[in-house]
Design a protein around this ligand. Sequence first.
Ligand SMILES: C[S@@+](CC[C@H](N)C(=O)[O-])C[C@H]1O[C@@H](n2cnc3c(N)ncnc32)[C@H](O)[C@@H]1O
Length: 404
Amino acid sequence: MTHSLEDAMTALRAGDVSHAGDICDGILAQTPDDPRATYVSGLVKYQKNEIRPAIETLVRAITLDPTSAEYHRSLGSIFKNTGATENAVQFFEQARLRDPDDARTHVLLADALKELGDFDRALAHYHQGHHLNPDDPETLGHIDKLEMVIDLSRALLEARETGATAICDIGSSRFGHPASLHLPQSSIDFVQAYKSNLDARANAYNAVGLKGAFGDQGAIMPHYVAEWIYDDYLSIRDHLPHRADGVLDIGCGFGGLVALLQLHYGPAQATQFYLVEQAEIPGAEFSRPTPNAPSLDPLGCARDLLLANGVAEDHIHRVASDHAAALSDFDYDLIISIRSWCYLYPIETYIGVVHGRLRPGGRLVVDVNKSIGGLAALQEHLPDARLISNRQDLERCLYVKPGA
Ligand SMILES: C[S@@+](CC[C@H](N)C(=O)[O-])C[C@H]1O[C@@H](n2cnc3c(N)ncnc32)[C@H](O)[C@@H]1O
């Protein structure tokens, strides 16, 4: 029975990579210069994780048919996924020239430009993608996030230049009321030291394929920090309790997420913030950016950030992790731990506080490392916990304490 290229594509989509490869090989044995068979065979190689042969085969497909936007776009995607973002931009641009009305290409191009820090062009292409496909809510999400990141980055850079607290007008649409984020100098220093730390450890990050994210573009790349934190906020926003008198952030870092929670709840709610962090541990990510750098004080930074955003001093409670027993003196409506507890260190560390001090109806949002069991590991202690988002190496989970 003879198979067509459509069959090969169907097999590829269904994950039957070797069948797809066999079909392509059969067609190419008859017609070695068939551009589409060459193209699909390149996709098959990519699926088999044969990256270099995949790239070479797609380049050959493009040589055989230089008019195809699809071939250029696919090659761009492979470059993007392998961290060669500049090459990705080139091929997405070529795809766009061949098919200017393809919304996907604009969005892919925007993603790559954003990764390179070319925000203005990235935003223009997201808008173009949205214009061409207004029904895709994801593109609107990209626009919202990038606009936020641009505003935050500007404020961070401005604060770095002036040495003063920067004020970032976040607009009223994001938080349902007018909101400005105030960024004091210590936050900027923290982000900058964090960036130096990432640079110092660049080889380790490169090895796991995150090179593009930490490219050497200037002394500070605040937008990744801004984007991570805003993205974290968006991912938990719909799960936040309506009212939160007591919020505990376990492993709060420099306090970026709690600062956004202060904006979320607004000045009308006088939330008490409880922040737990390591005081300082040599070599730890947030406490010592490079072996010779002065140590960082995440709890001090988090306090400055909350103070700058209108939280009263007596509403900020800092607890060093070696004094964590003090957390049992309070009650919480919301406990969050993003990329910290259950992700970096065992569930036993703080499960007692959650069991004992989360109020009935209160919520826990916690990231669980997939390599230590993810949601299932959490459910051994909290059977009602459920998944709210699934990310690269972690599962973000929600637990609502019964009995409100
Ligand atoms: C990857 S960072 C995440 C920081 C922050 N939650 C965020 O998402 O940006 C992990 C944090 O957990 C902190 N940490 C490590 N062990 C801890 C412990 N036993 N108690 C509290 N925090 C801890 C680290 O110092 C670090 O700030």
